[in-house]
Design a protein around this ligand. Sequence first.
Ligand code: PLP
Length: 640
Amino acid sequence: MSNNEDWTIEDAERLYSVGRWGGGYFEIGENGNLHVTPDLDNKDIRIDFKAVLEEIKEEGIQLPVVVRFHDILRSQVEKLNETFRRTMNDAEYGAQYMGVYPVKVNQMREVVEEIVDAGKPFNYGLEAGSKAELITALAYNTNEDSLTVLNGYKDEEFMRLALLARKLGRKVIVVIEKFSELLLLVKIAKELDIQPIVGLRSKMTVKGRGKWEGSGGDRAKFGLTISEIIKAARYLESEGMGDTFKLLHFHIGSQLTDIRAVKEAINEGARIYAELYRMGFKLDYVDVGGGLGIDYDGSKSTNDSSRNYSMEEYVADVVFGMKEVCDLEDVPVPNLVSESGRAITAHHSCVVTQIVGEIRANSAEIDTKEEDDEHILVSNMRDLALGVDQQDNLQEIFNDASQWKEQAIDAFKLRVVTLEELAKIETLYWQIMVKLRHRTRDAEFVPEEMQELEYTLSSQYLCNFSVFQSAADTWAIDQVLPVVPITRMNERPTVNCSLVDITCDSDGKIDQFVIENGVSDVLPMHPLRSGEEYYLGLFLTGAYQDVMGDMHNLFGRLNEVHIFSYDDDPQDFYIEEVVPGSSVENVLSIMQYHPSSMAQTVKRMIDRKVSEGIMNPREGVKWTDFYEQCLAGYTYLKQK
Ligand SMILES: *Cc1c(COP(=O)(O)O)cnc(C)c1O
């Protein structure tokens, strides 16, 4: 391993940018393993990720696995709330922060429970955007002082549930997305004689930038235009319910990449609030929606996968922006609500899997020794391969090799070249390409066609997971997620690879990686060693990815382990809970199969073979048990 001598942890950090996307929670340890500091307020707790994996293995939990760090969730909830408190103090802002967590970003019960619990001292509430989420929020947000904000399209049942919550003493705010919802709400509120709290969502003229910019502008799917807001407020007034209008809402998109969009939205929202106030609608709250971004690629830029600001700057712009307009307009400042979901959950969970194989275009080399009556194309290709290192015109070699390979295929079809000769030509061709790549690496000028050699010759590491289940956005919207090896980062990574998953779908791949100078189509990794697992982590999957996965190829949900940090433990953590992922039975049942009758059918077929004497009874029982075991087992590849 002589080439590790000049490879340091700093080099690894430069390459994998862990510090830049890690949010203070992840870093590369001196031993080359990924380390986790799950509590920003207690840096003494430092968990070696390798130790977590060893414990997972000891407990017999199969990979791939979702690893959740509950302390990171708590830490993010505290960080957001404390940042708002501190900033409001500094600004001498005369009202409060009453944030809510949007359940849609990660609906897992354990996640919602942890957030509600961590948020209790701050009266941090929940946001729901569908009936199922409202039903969840009703049962889980039991703090009478925190808000429950209801967005999304609503039916009569939805309104009744919201009013039930009012009856139970909850601060539930129904945010009106379109005018007709207001008619429905007023009708049911009167029928039940329950006073609602109403929010109106404004369709903003400012558009967020990034992949979700459609959430703002004239064609936005949600919200009321300015004239509709005035019409709605007046309507409430005419129904004797003017004082139920308490909140102004806007949301210009998720993952806002540019802070200028935030500033503009706050300015516009503050103006609307101030005017409404002067019209006599004394609102208690302005809800600035979500959008607080995550720096997935560590570039601190306006790339779609990044953002050009920090949480502190975002909060300062919201607080100071609102105060400035209110002071200017001489109206009291409102309580501030925000609905940050991505920023709360992204860091706390990751997917860990192992590499189960390597796929390379030039992996099978056969013996290319000269035969007496071989085809001239074979001889030519061999001479070319032998001469690469002495030649200077690399482009010419590349052209000749490519042309002869094509000619060989034609010749094969015309029965002039044999299958074995074709295999030799293929082997020689790739040997030439490897040599060419070697020589172009240090060249100042590389002809266009040859620039792709690095990618063409890169390996594909086969990962035991499904992109569609665990990283849906990398497939759907080209989201870049950080991917790094969990161990061996103290070794120089010498294999450039992209990743492919185990689904039977050529879209099941990852070929965009965050590395030192931006986004690359290959990730430098380490050569596989036989008999040794090579672990890979996919990070920042806690927002959206965790819960958006689909059933492509019936892989289903991953095993999950929940990690809590614990100072007195020698390794600083313990596994608090294991949530088993989908079994084959589970996923089949979802698709309307009947696993037990399937097992019976297979058993009958086996019994028949036993009675025909093709299998002995002992074998028959073994095969029957085996089929049932597989039905009950994990859907992913089983590694020993
Ligand atoms: C999705 C959504 C959010 C969450 O946005 P993040 O970017 O994850 O913070 C907040 N509010 C509304 C109305 C949403 O639709």
